[in-house]
Design a protein around this ligand. Structure first.
Ligand code: CA
Length: 224
C-alpha cells in the first residue's frame, strides 16, 4: 500500500515516513502542494495524508485539484486547525477525514487502516470480464448488466471473493445458504447451471469450474 504524505514540516515528514514504513507501508513525501500534486499523478498512491497549511497552494486547494481527477483515493487532512468551519471546508473539498495535530501515531495508524478497509470494501469484485458491485448488487459481464436473483448473486459473490481457492459444497451451503447441518447440496448445481447460463459461461472452460466431487473454483485462467 502506497501512502503519499504532503507536509512541509520536515520533523513531521520524517516521523510519518519512518513510522509508516515500519508498519509496512510504502511512503512518498512531498514538501509543498505543487510537488504533492506531481507525486500524486506519478505514484498513484492508495491514500494521501495532506497537511492543511502548506506553502504556495494550501491543502484545501490541493485536495480540490486531486478530486477533479480522482474521487476514490482517501484523503486525510492533518491540521492544527480544528474549528467546525475548517473541518467542514476540508470535507467539502473532498477530504475523507480530519486529524488534529498533535496526533498520536497509533490514532493515525488506526484511521489509516479504517480507510484502507473501507476502500477495499467499496472496490468492485472482479473475475475476468465480470464485475460485481456489492453495494448495488449489480453484475456486469463485459460491461453488460446481468440480472441475477438474490441467491445467484450471493453464490457468485462467494465464489469470486474466494477466487483461486476451491469452495467445497459444504462451505457453499454453509456460507451462501446459511445452512450448517447435513443438507442435500444438489441445490447448488441447480443454481450454478442457471448462473452459468445467465453469464454465458461454458461448463468446462468458463471462469467458474466444477471440481468433481468437491465443489467449485473461480479463476481467471478460463475463457468464455
Ligand atoms: Ca504545514
Amino acid at each position: 500500500m502506497n501512502i503519499l504524505v504532503i507536509e512541509d514540516e520536515p520533523g513531521i515528514c520524517r516521523f510519518l515516513k519512518e513510522g509508516l514504513e515500519e508498519e509496512g507501508y510504502h511512503v512518498t513525501v512531498a514538501s509543498d502542494g505543487t510537488k504533492g500534486l506531481e507525486q500524486f499523478n506519478r505514484s498513484k498512491p492508495d491514500l494521501i495524508l495532506l497537511d492543511r497549511m502548506l506553502p504556495g497552494s494550501d491543502g484545501i486547494a490541493v485536495c480540490r485539484e486531486i478530486r477533479k481527477s480522482d474521487k476514490d483515493t482517501p484523503v486525510l487532512f492533518l491540521t492544527a486547525r480544528d474549528t467546525v468551519d475548517e473541518t467542514v471546508e476540508g470535507l467539502r473539498a473532498g477530504a475523507n477525514d480530519y486529524i488534529k495535530k498533535p496526533f498520536s501515531f497509533e490514532e493515525l495508524l488506526e484511521r489509516i487502516k479504517i480507510h484502507f478497509r473501507k476502500k477495499q470494501e467499496d472496490e468492485p469484485l472482479t473475475l475476468g470480464d465480470l464485475s460485481l458491485n456489492k453495494t448495488t448488487r449489480q453484475v456486469f459481464n463485459g460491461g453488460a448488466e446481468v440480472t441475477l436473483t438474490q441467491r445467484e448473486f450471493d453464490l457468485l459473490e462467494f465464489l469470486v471473493r474466494n477466487k483461486g481457492c476451491i469452495c467445497t459444497r459444504d462451505e457453499i451451503i454453509d456460507k451462501v445458504w446459511n445452512i450448517n447441518f447435513e443438507y442435500d447440496t444438489g441445490v447448488i448445481d441447480v443454481y450454478m447451471n442457471s448462473l452459468r447460463k445467465k453469464l454465458r459461461m461454458d461448463k468446462e472452460s468458463g471462469f467458474i469450474k466444477t471440481v468433481r466431487g468437491v465443489g467449485y473454483i473461480a479463476n481467471t485462467f478460463g475463457k468464455h
